[in-house]
Design a protein around this ligand. Structure first.
Ligand SMILES: Nc1nc2c(ncn2[C@@H]2O[C@H](COP(=O)(O)OP(=O)(O)O)[C@@H](O)[C@H]2O)c(=O)[nH]1
Ligand SMILES: [Mg+2]
Ligand SMILES: [Zn+2]
Length: 220
């Protein structure tokens, strides 16, 4: 008889428990947490900076940034007056429940309404590791190409919205919007979808309205 060792299931099960603990802590302090996931360079930090600037008079905001190394992203968030914690994963290619549970106590959560988490740049495993966020958002970007929903389906299945960033570059690249949307729709029918440019601000009105609705219905 062959014995199987369910390693992956056990790791994910333990992670889910920690994610649940994180969620309870956030709920106890009334902090709405949004987890932004994307490939490296899709514009997570740029989108977060503009989001935080647009919303900083409405909510008390903090940021948590995940990267393998450096404090470049947290420094940028802090530079606009938002408290930020950098998680250095030291090699791990995603954030998980343990890492977030280590970062949360570094923030004064009782004074934070909106917590914006930037996951590690990766289109594969962040989808498998819940961290306890209330909202999970995928940022795709025009230069990555229109076929990514077909190639990285798991990332598109578990999220509540897709932002398509860098639409200012559409005139210069062959990006078939219909093909991209069809791929997303097949994986996650009816998913909220916002074409945006963090550079020009185009499309931010609709996306920010949606995000505000989500946060307000939680915070009310
Ligand atoms: N043209 C254009 N460039 C962008 C946009 N958003 C981000 N970028 C650029 O893309 C690069 C990566 O952005 P960054 O926010 O660091 O991506 P991250 O690695 O996902 O956090 C930087 O050079 C940004 O200036 C956009 O909407 N349009
Ligand atoms: Mg970044
Ligand atoms: Zn990973």
């Amino acid at each position: 008889m062959i014995k199987t060792v369910p390693v992956v299931e056990n790791i994910l099960g333990a992670n889910d428990q920690l994610a649940e603990t994180n969620r309870r802590l956030l709920d106890a302090t009334g902090t709405f947490a949004v987890n932004f996931m994307a490939s490296p360079g899709a514009g997570k930090t740029a989108v977060i900076l503009r989001t935080a600037s647009d919303l900083k008079d409405r909510y008390r905001i903090a940021g948590i940034n995940g990267d393998i190394a450096s404090t470049i992203d947290a420094d940028q968030i802090a530079s606009i007056g938002i408290p930020a914690v950098q998680i250095n994963t030291g090699g791990a290619c995603h954030l998980d429940g343990v890492m977030l549970s280590g970062a949360l106590p570094k923030l004064d959560l009782g004074r934070i309404d909106l917590l914006i988490v930037e996951n590690v740049g990766n289109l594969i495993c962040p989808a498998s590791f819940r961290i306890g966020s209330h909202l999970d958002v995928l940022i795709a970007s025009v230069p990555e190409g229109d076929d990514k929903p077909y190639k990285y389906p798991n990332m598109y299945r578990g999220v509540q919205a897709v932002l398509l960033n860098k639409i200012d570059l559409l005139p210069y690249l062959d990006f078939d919007m219909g093909y991209f949307r069809k791929g997303v729709e097949a994986l996650n029918p009816g998913l909220a979808f916002f074409p945006i440019s963090a550079k020009t601000g185009e499309g931010f009105d609709a996306y920010i309205r949606w995000l505000t609705e989500q946060a307000d219905s939680y915070l009310k």
